[in-house]
Design a binder for this molecule. Structure first.
Ligand code: GDP
Ligand code: MG
Length: 218
């Protein structure tokens, strides 16, 4: 089953991070299955879900990892971040504390993720207009200062969920394909800092038939 799903040009691992309750699991289910769940239940079972999109005529398979609620105990292991080329750092626009904690999550990324990981700051629950606690402009300015892309989403009414994933995957794709061009022409790799190692994304079980696993070596 699903042989078509196994055909892709690039496989990118993207992690979801941010405080518990901000809507990470619902962003994932909205993007990969077009589902939303009103109950707040901690994620069980699923480590990641996948969905493929097209960018520049290439098939990009996104492997999006969700926590199983470990963020509550600040116990996300470095295995979670291993091989990730993108991160959606999610806060809740109606809960200021989840925005304040973004700094802590950025530090977590600096400590555990690849230096070149592409980070998008995501203000979720934009449907809760009447409860807004984080002004859009403030978050946007913070993102700019920290070199992050920024978007507000609602997993509930679907606003910008597609766009958020499309944008981060396109951004990763541009970096990876630019890098391939540079490598092809024998130029120096100026994106890489001294101590970064290439990111190799291991094939997952359902990917075993795919001829090449990608190359997300940012
Ligand atoms: P996680 O802990 O970050 O994975 O958050 P969940 O996805 O489990 O969501 C926590 C709670 O917020 C659940 O009750 C969801 O129904 C609710 N929720 C998630 N996304 C949204 C959203 O965009 N708008 C609103 N109003 N509620 C949301
Ligand atoms: Mg969750």
């Amino acid at each position: 089953m699903g042989t078509k799903d196994d055909e892709y040009d690039y496989l990118f691992k993207v992690v979801l991070i941010g405080d518990s309750g901000v809507g990470k699991s619902n962003l994932l289910s909205r993007f990969t299955r077009n589902e939303f769940n009103l109950e707040s239940k901690s994620t069980i079972g699923v480590e990641f879900a996948t969905r493929s999109i097209q960018v520049d005529g290439k098939t990009i398979k996104a492997q999006i990892w969700d926590t199983a609620g470990q963020e509550r105990y600040r116990a996300i292991t470095s295995a979670y971040y291993r091989g990730a080329v993108g991160a959606l750092l999610v806060y809740d626009i109606a809960k200021h504390l989840t925005y304040e904690n973004v700094e802590r999550w950025l530090k977590e990324l600096r400590d555990h993720a690849d230096n070149n990981i592409v980070i998008m700051l995501v203000g979720n629950k934009s449907d809760l207009r009447h409860l807004r606690a984080v002004p859009t402009d403030e978050a946007k300015a913070f993102a700019e200062k920290n070199n992050l892309s920024f978007i507000e989403t609602s997993a509930l009414d679907s606003t910008n969920v597609e766009t958020a994933f499309q944008n981060i995957l396109t951004e990763i794709y541009r970096i990876v394909s630019q890098k391939q061009i540079r490598q092809g022409s024998g130029e120096q790799d100026d994106l890489k800092t001294d101590n970064t190692k290439p990111i190799h994304i291991a094939p997952t079980e359902d990917d075993t038939r795919k001829k090449s696993t990608c190359c997300a070596n940012l």
